[in-house]
Every structure is written in C-alpha cells, then in structure tokens.
Design a protein around this ligand. Structure first.
Ligand code: FAD
Length: 388
C-alpha cells in the first residue's frame, strides 16, 4: 500500500478534524455503564450525527449506503476521531462492524436496501447469536433448531454471550436447518427481529460488574424465510464472512484506543516515578513497537480487503492473535505500575484496571487464541489438520 498521504487525504483530514471538534464538544453527558437505555440512546445518537454529516459507513461500499471512501480516508477518520476523544461504536458494534458488512457482501439487493440504511443511521441495533452453551470454539456443533413451516422457520434453542442482546432490534442468528447433514453443512444464517414472540433475553453479569451480554432463549420463534441470508444450509460459509470482518477490520478502532491507553500509561509511569525503572521503560517501549507493527498490519489488512473482494482475508486471525496477547501484556505492565491502586476500580488508574480485565475477554471473544492458532497453522502455514 501507499503510506504517503495525498493532498486530497490531507484536505479530508482537515475537514474531519474541524467537524469532530465541534461535534464532540456538543455531545450530551455520557451515560453510566449499566444504563443500557441511556447507552443505546447515546451511541445511536452519535451514529445519527455521523450519518447526517456524511461520516457513517466510510468504508462501506456506496451501493450499501456507505461513502465508499479509500482505506486511507477511513483510517484517517478513525485517527481523528480518536484524537478528538469521539465516542466509539458502542452498541452499534455488531451492526456496523460485522453484521452490516456481512449483509453488504452476502444479502440480496432487497435485503440490503431494507437493513443497511437503518444500521448506518443508528436506527437499528444488532446483536450476534452464534455461541451456545454447547457450541463455542466448536461452533459448527450448534444445536438451535430451525424447522421449515411454510414461509417461516420455527426456531427453538438457546444462545449465550449475546453482546448487547438487551438493546438489540435484530440478531444475526445461526441455526441448524438440516440435522442429518455433516455439521458444517446443515447451518443457516438468519436475521432475527428481537421483538418476535418467544424470545427471552436474560442479561448476565460479568466479573467486571457489567451486564453487556445475555443468554437468549428461543421458544417456537417464527422467522420469515425471507430473513435468511445466503442459501439454506449454506450458513457456515456466510458465518465465515462474518468472522473475517469480526476478527479483521472490526478491531481497527479498538487498536487506536489502545494506542491512547499506552500513551496514558506512559504518562502515569512518569507521574508515579515508575518511569525511573529501566524495566518499566523497556516494557513500555516494546509495547509501543508492537502497537506500531500492529498498525502497519492493520493498514495492510484493510487495504487488501478494500482493494480486493471487500472481505478481509485470514490476516485477521494473525492480527487478532497478536493484538489480544499484546493487550494482556499491556494490562500486566499497567498493574505493575499501579501497584496497590490496581486493586481498585475507584482510583486514578481505573481505565488501566478496566483495560486489564477487558484484555482477558479479548483472547476469548470472536474465537479464542487457541482457535486463531489452529486457523493460522492449518490455513496459512499449511500444517496438518488437528485430529478430530
Ligand atoms: C467479551 C465477549 C463477547 C462475546 N460476544 C459474543 C456475541 O455477541 N455473540 C456470540 O455468539 N458469542 C459471543 N461471545 C462468545 C465467544 O465467541 C466464545 O466465548 C468463544 O468462541 C469460546 O467459546 P466457549 O466460551 O464456549 O469456550 P470453549 O469453546 O469451551 O473453549 C474452552 C477452552 O478450550 C480451548 N479449545 C476449545 N477447542 C479447542 C481446539 N480445537 N484446539 C485448542 N483449544 C481449544 C479454547 O481455546 C478455550 O481456551 C463473546 C465472548 C466474549 C468473551
């Protein structure tokens, strides 16, 4: 890729910077972490502002309602948003970063026209119903059943770890449509309206005190057949498209926030005197170098995706593996700098304590570290498949 910025991109940076500084100053107060109604209102309100200003779906193709910006412009906007302290996607994560892109790549023209604009405008929030109590890493073993009844599927089963389930309007749902077929061949990908009768959402509380994910129970839930994306029993292939966005491009904004976290940790080290310790400076230096390398990898992955089929490749697994492990190390260094105040979420270093806790979940979400290693080993390095 070309790493130089063109005069056009420099002008774009200037416009984005000016708009962001005004828009961020006009934001209402941020809601409390457990005020889910408030969080939905805040996050979708920001998304609407982006949409109205022409900054929503920058990297989405124009025919999907996006701006069709170059990879360079997309990354410039993210950098400027980070610099301005703008909100991140929040509850719009699934819709904007993997359900929407999957629809843009796989849905019919009618489905795209119906579902994509409300995601970009912040009118509709999505969640992901893939994992089940008995199907996480081995997702293809999922047992939520969908039985055809005329022009509907009748769905029964249970999903778990459904992030933002309690505020979502739609769910990207994986169901088993053919129990007789080999496990990867009998799955379909459905768009489930979350207000359909028979859905019960039960929020789960995590060790961090947050209830951002839920269990979702489905009893005789009727989903129109027209809500299926891709062919019946071809849902595993569609899910792989979802994962390539979820593991690849979805982390770009998160990485920028980590760069900020790293800067703020270095500042904290200076304040507390930890900076005088050679080992702390060396650790922070290594982490900074890692972040630079990850940013270069991101530029490569995003450019490859946007110049190719639009769907990111397996480079997403390499990125996810290294990035999430780096977040663990960042958390460990932060706790060593914080010392006793790392035991509390009330002290000055709370963003770093939260970051440390969050890092634990990052090596699990969107496919665990071990699963990324299997993918890289088998599909990139061509090593023998793990025994079944
Ligand atoms: C923050 C967060 C948000 C999430 N959001 C969602 C969501 O919105 N929607 C959704 O559907 N799911 C979501 N998940 C669930 C996530 O996808 C699963 O937790 C993940 O796929 C792992 O599945 P599991 O928890 O069942 O663990 P398991 O699959 O039971 O794994 C347990 C351990 O065994 C290891 N293991 C399993 N199989 C292998 C193997 N073949 N080789 C080597 N090691 C193996 C794993 O790496 C892991 O260490 C979320 C998870 C987190 C942490």
């Amino acid at each position: 890729m070309d790493l130089r910025t063109s005069p056009h991109e420099q002008a774009f940076r200037g416009e984005a910077r000016a708009w962001l500084s005004e828009a961020v100053a006009a934001l209402p107060p941020r809601p409390e972490p457990e005020d889910w109604t408030g969080r939905r209102e805040f996050d979708t309100g920001w998304q609407r502002r982006l949409f109205e200003a022409g900054y929503a779906g920058l990297d989405w193709p124009e025919e999907a309602g996006g701006r069709g910006a170059t990879p360079g412009e997309h990354l410039i906007f993210l950098e400027e948003a980070e610099r301005a302290g703008a909100p991140y996607v929040g509850v719009n994560f699934v819709g904007l970063l993997h359900a929407g892109p999957t629809l843009a790549a796989e849905a019919t023209a009618e489905q795209r026209a119906r579902y994509l604009p409300p995601i970009l405008r912040g009118d509709e929030v999505w969640c992901q119903g893939f994992s089940e109590p008995g199907a996480g890493s081995d997702l293809a073993s999922l047992s939520t059943r969908a039985v055809r009844d005329g022009d509907h599927y009748v769905v029964n089963g249970q999903k778990i770890w459904t992030s933002f389930g309690q505020v979502a309007d739609f769910c990207e749902l994986l169901v088993r449509t053919d129990p007789e077929a080999p496990k990867h061949k009998g799955i379909s990908w459905l768009m489930l309206p979350m207000d359909t009768p028979g859905i019960e959402v039960r929020p789960l509380q995590t060790i961090a005190g947050s209830s951002e994910f839920s269990e979702v129970f489905l009893t005789d839930v009727r989903v129109p057949v027209e809500n299926r994306v891709g062919e019946e029993n071809d849902g595993w292939r569609v899910a792989m498209v979802t994962f390539s966005f979820e593991r690849g491009t979805a982390f770009v904004g998160d990485l920028l926030r980590t760069r900020e976290l790293h800067r703020s940790l270095a500042a904290l080290a200076r304040e507390t005197g930890a900076w005088d310790d050679d080992e702390v400076r060396r650790d922070l230096g290594h982490l900074g170098a890692d972040l630079d390398a990850l940013w270069a990898l991101t530029l490569r992955n995003v450019t490859q995706a946007e110049r190719g089929s639009g769907v990111p490749g397996l480079g997403g697994s390499v990125f996810k593996l290294h990035y999430t492990q780096m977040r663990h190390r960042l958390g460990d260094v932060a706790l060593s700098i914080l010392g006793r105040s790392g035991l509390s979420l009330d002290d000055a270093g709370r963003e770093h304590v939260r970051g440390w806790i969050y890092a634990i979940s990052m090596t699990i979400a969107a496919g665990t570290t071990q699963i990324q290693k299997n993918i890289i080993g088998e599909r990139i390095l061509g090593l023998p498949k793990e025994p079944r």
